[in-house]
Design a protein around this ligand. Structure first.
Ligand SMILES: [Zn+2]
Length: 398
């Protein structure tokens, strides 16, 4: 594998053993724990000045803060997404500033592109024939695109309720797809069955936290945010959360930025979930260290209908370590907040609306200050969830 010189290895979050990336394609070979990349901060050599001289075009500009060098990366020029001011929303919340980090501007319209770029790079270097994953939809489209770029086959296991856009574009990129009757956990079962089939030994998992590189790619979002804010660390970042890739990625980013001496502190990282599929919120409220499977998930926000988050414990750790909160939002509030952002010109998705609605809850609860800078992550393009947004308007009689 072609890795950066600053990458020290992959460390297991459970048993703390360090593994050679070339020998650990998935989870910890010793205990099955999630792996995270570890870096020698001193050798990374990335400074505010060096970044100021690097073109703002894609993930590779972060150089030795990443696992793979520019020339090795499978890329579609992901990242470098807009950070859009939302002054009316800031006034309503009573905070200093609100920005929307619009991840819909990524190559396949989703923040998942950051992680699939790294994970497909690793899969190719491990000699994979095919990459496979269970997904609520958007990450399957992303994986199909990046696999196509790398010359690999791909297969997404999706529940029937996935959006038409995600399913159609997965096929258009040349990806295989298994549409599984039922909900997301049924797609996970089908994926795991296929992965354990010895005929599929050449398959490489891109499931969340099953590869070390999707949460690793997700960290680049906060790198960009602090740079876009001229190295002001925002007070709060609100992540609409399914498996937890986004919030865990931002936690990794905050740690690495501080270790590299680029910033002095971390933002409060907040988790936002639909109130009828909110396992991280429930675990946080109960004071538990890990999530339990949500028994009856029921939300219109299909991208976040993940009842058993693979990164539940790590998401809880991110929230607690940074002084954040885990907040549930009703579907109606989420859709209303998304429509409100769209009315201001920002093409937020229903998924992004969950974060905006949660920010309103945080403000009402006194958890945001009058001078705070708040970043709302819009994880997926509004245009990919046009049907649910339009339905909301029609229910209101618009
Ligand atoms: Zn381990």
């Amino acid at each position: 594998m072609d890795t950066t010189t600053s990458l020290d290895g992959l460390v297991c979050v459970d048993c703390a053993t360090t593994h050679d990336p070339a020998a650990a394609p998935r989870r910890c070979p010793d205990c099955g724990g999630v792996l995270r990349a570890s870096y020698d901060a001193a050798s990374a050599g990335v400074t505010r000045e060096s970044l100021a001289g690097a073109r703002f075009d894609g993930l590779a500009r972060f150089g030795d803060l990443l696992p793979f060098p520019a020339e090795a990366l499978v890329t579609l020029d992901e990242g470098t997404t807009p950070l859009i001011p939302a002054p009316e929303f800031a006034a309503e919340l009573g905070v200093g500033a609100v920005y929307v980090k619009d991840e819909g501007a990524n190559p396949t319209g989703t923040t998942a592109d950051r992680g699939t770029a790294f994970a497909v790079t690793a899969a190719r270097d491990h000699g994979a024939e095919k990459v496979a994953l269970p997904t609520t939809g958007d990450a399957g489209q992303s994986a199909a695109a990046y696999a196509a770029r790398a010359g690999l086959d791909s297969e997404a296991f999706v529940p029937t309720r996935s959006t038409f856009v995600a399913k159609a574009m997965t096929n258009v990129h040349g990806g295989d797809m298994s549409v599984v009757e039922g909900r997301y956990p049924d797609a996970v079962d089908a994926f795991e069955g296929a992965m354990s089939d010895e005929d599929n030994a050449g398959w490489h998992s891109l499931a969340p936290f099953d590869t070390p590189y999707r949460h690793e790619g997700a960290k680049t979002l906060l790198f960009e945010v602090v740079e876009q804010l001229d190295w002001e660390v925002p007070d709060a970042v609100v992540h609409p959360t399914g498996h937890g890739l986004g919030v865990v990625g931002s936690h990794l980013a905050a740690e690495q930025l501080q270790a590299a001496g680029l910033v002095d502190d971390a933002p409060a990282l907040h988790v936002a979930q639909p109130e009828h599929c909110a396992p991280v919120v429930a675990a946080d409220d109960a004071g538990d260290d890990d999530t339990e499977e949500w028994e009856r998930p029921d939300t219109l926000i299909g991208a976040l209908e993940v009842p058993d988050p693979a990164g539940g414990a790590l998401a809880l750790d991110a929230v607690r370590d940074t002084g954040g909160w885990a907040v549930g939002a009703s579907d109606d509030d989420a859709l209303e907040a998304a429509v409100q952002l769209n009315a201001g010109g920002i093409e937020a998705s229903a998924t992004g609306g969950v974060g905006a609605a949660a920010a309103r809850e945080l403000a009402d609860g006194g958890h945001l200050g009058s001078d705070d800078t708040v970043v709302l992550v819009n994880p997926v393009a509004g245009a990919k969830e046009n049907d649910v947004l339009r339905s909301h308007l029609m229910r209101k009689g618009v």
